[in-house]
Write a protein that binds this ligand. Structure first.
Ligand code: AMP
Ligand code: AMP
Length: 361
C-alpha cells in the first residue's frame, strides 16, 4: 500500500502555480475537465487510442497522453509524465473498471484527489453494506444461499460492469434457470456463479444522491441527483405484456445514461442526514474519511422509505447530468456549480491555503 507520506512528498515538489487536473478519458472526464477549466486549472487526459475524437470535439484537455489501454496509466513512462505535469488525478468509474484495485493502491505513484483506502471499499459489497448499516441506513436483505430465496431478489456478480447481466429471480428454481441463461448469453462466466450476490429486490424507484465532503470547509454538500437509464429494463414498457410473456423476456440492467431528478422536498431532511452519517462513519473507517465526491445509490419505496444498496466513493457519471449547473448545486452556490467544478474548487482552495496534501492520497 502506498503511504500517504509518499504522496505528500510528491505533491510537495509540485509547482503550485502549474497544478493540473488529470484523469482517464471516459466516464465523467468531460465533467472533470470542464470543472477544472472553470476554476482556472490545466487539464491532462490519459486517452485510449481511438477515443481522441471526444477531446478534439470538446476541447477541454490541455494535454492528451495517448495509450493503448487504460492500464498503461501504471507504466513508469506515463506516471513520470503525469508527475512532471504536476497532475492530481481524479478517479472515476473507469479506474475501478479497467485497473485492478490492487494496482491502484500499490503501484500508482501519482497524487489522487480523495481517500484511496476508501476506493477499495467500493469493490467489496460486504464492506459497503457494513459501512451503510453502521451509518444507520436501511439496506436490502441479503440472501447468502440461493436455496433460501423466498421473494423477488436481484442477482449481481463481481465482474458486472454497470449492471450488465444483473437479473431477477424469485425462487431457487428460477435462479438456476436464469443462471444457465446468463451463462449461455455470455453475461456470466460459470466460475463466477459462486460469487453471485443476492439482494432482496426493493420495489420502488431508483435515486442516486451525489454528495461532496469538503475536508477544507468541513461540510457535506448535496450537489446533484439522477436516476439510471438502463438497457433493456427501461425498454420493456414499450412492449405489450402479451408479447413480453410470449418471448420470455429476461431483461438486464446495462447502464446507458442518466436522467436528472429533483426530489420531494420533504425527503430532503433524510437524504441530507444520510450523507452526514455516511461521512461520519467514513472517518472511523479511514481518517480523514471521504475526501470529495461520493454517491449513495438508493431505491425509494411507496412508503417513502429510502433503501441504500450501494455507495461509490468517487465522482459518479450520474453527476454528468449537472454539468453547467445542477439544481442542488445552484441552490447552494448559484449558477455554474457542478461536481467536476466542485472538485476543482477544492483543489484550488487546497493550493491557495497550502493544504493540498490534506486532500490527496
Ligand atoms: P466506461 O468507461 O463507460 O466503460 O465506464 C466505466 C465504469 O463506469 C463501468 O463500470 C460503467 O458501468 C460505469 N459507468 C459508465 N458510465 C456510467 C453512467 N453514465 N452512469 C453510471 N455508471 C456508469
Ligand atoms: P447498480 O449497477 O448497482 O447501480 O444497479 C443497477 C440497477 O439495479 C439499477 O436500476 C438499480 O436501481 C437496480 N437495483 C440494484 N439493487 C437493487 C435492489 N436491491 N432492489 C431493486 N433494484 C435494485
Amino acid at each position: 500500500m502506498i503511504e500517504k507520506d509518499e504522496i505528500s512528498a510528491i505533491v510537495e515538489r509540485y509547482e503550485k502555480d502549474k497544478v493540473a487536473v488529470g484523469t482517464l478519458g471516459s466516464h465523467s472526464a468531460l465533467n472533470i475537465f470542464k470543472g477544472a477549466k472553470d476554476e482556472g486549472l490545466r487539464t491532462v487526459c490519459v486517452c485510449r487510442k481511438g477515443d481522441e475524437i471526444v477531446y478534439r470535439k470538446f476541447p477541454l484537455a490541455d494535454e492528451i497522453i495517448l495509450v493503448e489501454s487504460f492500464s498503461d496509466l501504471l507504466s513508469s513512462e506515463v506516471q513520470d509524465k503525469l508527475r512532471r505535469l504536476n497532475v492530481i488525478l481524479v478517479p472515476h468509474g473507469s479506474f475501478n473498471a479497467y485497473i485492478s484495485m490492487d494496482a491502484l493502491l500499490n503501484e500508482l505513484y501519482v497524487p489522487m484527489f480523495g481517500n484511496r483506502t476508501l476506493l477499495s471499499w467500493e469493490v467489496d459489497r460486504e464492506k459497503q453494506r457494513e459501512w451503510l448499516r453502521r451509518a444507520g441506513l436501511k439496506t436490502p436483505r441479503i440472501f447468502r444461499d440461493p436455496e433460501s430465496i423466498d421473494r423477488l431478489v436481484i442477482a449481481k456478480f463481481p465482474g458486472a460492469k454497470g449492471g450488465k447481466g444483473y437479473f431477477l429471480a424469485d425462487s431457487p428454481e428460477t435462479f438456476r434457470e436464469k443462471v444457465e441463461e446468463m451463462v449461455r448469453r455470455g453475461h456470466l462466466r460459470s466460475e463466477d456463479v459462486e460469487r453471485i450476490y443476492l439482494q432482496e429486490y426493493i420495489l420502488g424507484v431508483n435515486a442516486y444522491f451525489q454528495y461532496f465532503h469538503s475536508i477544507l470547509l468541513d461540510d457535506v454538500e448535496l450537489l446533484g441527483m439522477d436516476k439510471r437509464y438502463e438497457s433493456a429494463v427501461d425498454g420493456i414498457g414499450r412492449i405489450p405484456a402479451a408479447e413480453q410473456l410470449r418471448i420470455g423476456l429476461n431483461p438486464t440492467y446495462t447502464i446507458v445514461g442518466n436522467i436528472p431528478i429533483t426530489l420531494r422536498e420533504s425527503l430532503l431532511p433524510e437524504v441530507l442526514r444520510m450523507g452526514d452519517a455516511t461521512v461520519k462513519v467514513s472517518k472511523e473507517i479511514s481518517s480523514p474519511g471521504i475526501i470529495g465526491p461520493f454517491c449513495l445509490e438508493t431505491i425509494i419505496t411507496d412508503n417513502l422509505e429510502i433503501f441504500a444498496f450501494e455507495i461509490s466513493t468517487r465522482i459518479v457519471a450520474g453527476s454528468n447530468v449537472g454539468i453547467g449547473t445542477s439544481p442542488y448545486a445552484y441552490l447552494r452556490y448559484g449558477e455554474g456549480m457542478y461536481m467536476g467544478r466542485r472538485i476543482a474548487r477544492e483543489i484550488r482552495l487546497g493550493i491557495e491555503s497550502e493544504s493540498l496534501e490534506r486532500i490527496v492520497s
